[in-house]
Each structure stands twice: as C-alpha cells, then as structure tokens.
Design a protein around this ligand. Structure first.
Ligand code: IPE
Ligand code: IPE
Ligand code: MG
Length: 260
C-alpha cells in the first residue's frame, strides 16, 4: 500500500510540472551533459558499458519530449575530446553504440520531423560512425520541428582553437583586417554558427562542472544540475528542469526593473 501511495505522489508531481510549464516561454536551445552512465551501472552491479546502453533510452525519451514540447534546438554531449583517454573497450563500445543507435533511430527522427547535426572533430570518429552519421544527417536535413545536435569528439577549447586558426588565416590572406574581428565573426566560425546560444544547460549525475562543453555558447545560459544519473533521466526530469528555468529571471546584465 505504501508503495501505491508513493507512486500516486510521484505521478501527481509529474502532472504538476507538465501543467505548470508555460508553453510561450520555452527555452529555444537546451544543451545536456549526459553524465552518470558508469555510476548507474556500478550501482546495479553491472559493468560501465551497460550504463551507456541504458543511457540510449534516456536519449530517445529526451529527444521525443523536446520535439513534443516544441523545443527548437537540443544539443547532447555524447563524447568529449577527453573521453578518448578512456579504456579502449569502453571507447569502442561507445562508438558501436553510436552506429547502432543511428541505424535504429533514423525512423524516430523522420517520424518526428527532427533533423540531425553533429559538432566536434567528426573526422576522428571511426569511418563506420562517420558514414552512418553523414547518411542520417543527409536524410533528415529538411526536417523542421527540432534540430538535434550530437557533440561527438567535441571539446570547446579545440573548437575555439580551430576558430582562431581559421580567422588568423583570413587575416593573413587579407580577407579582413584584425579590427573587423567581432563577436559575430567569431560566432560564424564556431561549429554552432547556425544555432542560437544555449538557454538552458542541464548536467545530470550531480557533478557541477562544464567539462569543456560549449564555453562560448553558454555565456548566458541558465545552469541546472540534477543528482539524477543519465540512465534514470526521464520525461518528468526534463519537465522539472524547464519548470525551474522558467522561474528564473534572465537579466543579461540589466536590472530587474528594466526587465519587467
Ligand atoms: C557519461 O557517463 C557518458 C560519457 C561520458 C560518454 P560517464 O561514462 O561519464 O559516467 P560516470 O560519470 O563515470 O558515472
Ligand atoms: C562529460 O562527462 C562528457 C560527456 C558527457 C560526453 P565526463 O564524465 O567525461 O566528464 P568529467 O571527466 O567527469 O568532467
Ligand atoms: Mg562522467
């Protein structure tokens, strides 16, 4: 009986968050650092790989929920430049999981009018993953409801370094002079040049750090940290994060009076 009551309470909570979300004030761009797969597996007495497998279900739920809600951009941190330092078996499994998920989820993307995009040093991924990625990106390129971006072999410092190199080359070749380098020019050279800045950054698993993710793009993002491990992250947790975001006042340097 106590269990039943707990379940009723839990569902009421979910309903509350759904009901209280203001659909006119949704974040345009949500980015997520999907963390805690390894700890989730360990808690179940399983090896880390199982956590990554289970985490793919949370990816699917999150993508579908964002599409349903009308979120325009969702960017998921799936593999960092630093993650190459993990044991080979884990890296290989993550790459295989990427390939199998892309094969499996193409239909979900098409059915939900979602376009896929990838940011990072994509040329460092195994050729099978690159091939699968470019196929799905090509097939979904005209979809309009949600833009899903996977950050793969992504590091913000690497992105900024590449940006500086490209701009320096243009200056050297007299494409423009240094005084014309503006924030807009820098933005044009980022992987995310055609996306708006992040409004809401979520990190699961209780860690409160950025881990080299979208440093430029989160300049004014609202940060939301939850203890929930990524494989446990469900619809209601996303609703809760959005509800929390909507309670904040984004001042962008101005005073509260100016905002209201
Ligand atoms: C996130 O989970 C997935 C990747 C970084 C690829 P982790 O694998 O980092 O899980 P923890 O942090 O060890 O629990
Ligand atoms: C960040 O998680 C990278 C991804 C979620 C893909 P990590 O688990 O690699 O981050 P750190 O090393 O704990 O900061
Ligand atoms: Mg981690």
């Amino acid at each position: 009986m106590a269990g039943d009551l707990a379940i009723v309470g839990f569902n009421t909570n979910i309903m509350n968050f759904i009901d209280q979300i203001d659909h006119n004030r949704l974040p345009e761009h949500i980015a997520i650092i999907m963390d805690g797969n390894g700890r989730w597996a360990k808690k179940q007495g399983l090896i880390r790989i199982n956590g990554h497998k289970k985490g793919t279900q949370s990816v699917r739920d999150t993508v579908e929920t964002c599409a349903e809600l009308g979120i325009k951009y969702l960017t998921l941190y799936a593999f960092s430049t630093e993650n190459w330092k993990r044991p080979k078996l884990e890296v290989d499994t993550l790459m295989n999981l990427l390939v199998s998920s892309l094969k499996k989820e193409i239909k979900t993307l098409q059915d939900n009018d979602i376009s896929l995009n990838a940011i990072g040093s994509i040329s460092n991924l195994p050729s099978k993953a690159q091939k699968e990625l470019s196929e799905v990106i090509e097939k979904t390129k005209n979809n309009k409801r949600l833009r899903l971006t996977l950050a793969l072999s992504y590091g913000s410092r690497e992105e900024l370094t590449k940006t500086v190199q490209e701009i320096a080359l243009k200056v050297k070749n007299n494409v423009f002079s240094p005084h014309l380098i503006s924030e807009a020019v820098i933005k044009e050279h980022l992987y995310t040049h055609d996306m708006p800045d992040v409004d809401l950054l979520i990190r699961t698993s209780g860690e409160q750090r950025i881990s080299n993710f979208l440093l430029w793009q989160i300049a004014y993002a609202e940060l939301y940290f939850t203890e929930v491990l990524w494989p446990d992250f469900k619809k209601e947790h996303l609703y809760e994060a959005i509800f929390n975001y909507q309670k904040r006042e984004r001042r962008f340097g101005k005073t509260s009076e100016q905002i209201s």
